[in-house]
Ligand binder design. Sequence first.
Ligand code: ATP
Ligand code: MG
Length: 279
Amino acid sequence: MVALARPIDVAGAARAAPHLGASGLSIAYAARGRRQTVLHDVDIEIPRGAFVSLIGASGCGKSTLLKAFAGLVEPAAGTIEVAGLTPREAVKRRLVGLVFQDATLLPWKSLLDNTSFLLEIADKALGRRAARARAHDMLRLVGLEGAADKRPGQLSGGMRQRAAIARALTLDPEILLMDEPFGALDAITREAMSLSLLDIWERTGKTIVLVTHSIDEAILLSSEVHVMGLRPARIVETLAVELPRPRGEQSYGDPRFGVLEQRLRAQLLHSHAHRGDER
Ligand SMILES: Nc1ncnc2c1ncn2[C@@H]1O[C@H](COP(=O)(O)OP(=O)(O)OP(=O)(O)O)[C@@H](O)[C@H]1O
Ligand SMILES: [Mg+2]
């Protein structure tokens, strides 16, 4: 059956310190001369090696939470830890890879250069040749090996997004923070990409935090789904996804998939119904 709000046990990780964690986290933005609290008193623990999704209505603070883990926004209150460090320190040590909603590629560089340059800068000892070979492997993984010499302007939005994923993977971080990485992809490519991400996760044991609007994607990929709600913005429910692995298209037919889907849909509908109160 579907277990609710229960810590998962990924290789015994639930007993160890979480790989990413926030406690009493509040974040406020200054908007039109006043402070708007976006996240209020958020507690979350993400075990090492987990694949976790964040889902919730637009504007509920999913990207903000991811940015906090990436050290890009500072907490107004509470604590946040990434691999036992402050987020900024973890990013500095290359433990964290980021894929954001908009693929930010350098327009004057080829796809291969865009994919390899961060690694070239970060690991001078590795050498340019090895960095580019790894970047090439990652482009192949996301199906872009044929476009390695193209510039971002010559690509579709979905191709740019896949290049951003390849760039993050090239650095081989312990933790991947992904903000709607498949948003610009067509349905079939999206499914293929999410299954290849699942494969990468299974082979590498990375900790992945994925923001998605897709209920199916969240269930198919995750070990745990955190549902975020508004008023105040916080985590309203945590669902453990106890579908057998390896997962694939056959997982959709598992009766537990349908139960989780209904549960998530109900939570999201509830959260949408209360959006009007927020504005
Ligand atoms: N830099 C900023 N300055 C001021 N307000 C911001 C800033 N970034 C986000 N916000 C506000 O914070 C709230 C949460 O935004 P956030 O981008 O985290 O939402 P989200 O859940 O990722 O939404 P979506 O699903 O649409 O991407 C929104 O009300 C947004 O307007
Ligand atoms: Mg967002």
